[in-house]
Design a binder for this molecule. Sequence first.
Ligand code: SF4
Ligand code: SF4
Length: 71
Amino acid sequence: MAKGRVFFDQELCKGCGLCVLVCPVQCLALNRKEINSKGYNPAYCKEPEKCIGCANCGVMCPDSVITVERF
Ligand code: SF4
Ligand code: SF4
């Protein structure tokens, strides 16, 4: 059961992958099938059920792309 949920403002993402690296449960990834209007593969949550709501990703993101909700 997920303990948190993350939302991405995908148009702001620059595909740096920092959020992917700091997620302790490895539920984030860059979406290779999508390109945003800045020309980057945006990050997304590939396994939402794993999220523990720790907010590491939201703190790490240099562009405040991610909003974390904790249950
Ligand atoms: S809140 Fe924590 S567990 Fe959830 S996606 Fe972000 S880093 Fe991963
Ligand atoms: S840290 Fe922010 S800008 Fe970098 S890939 Fe993740 S959401 Fe995108």
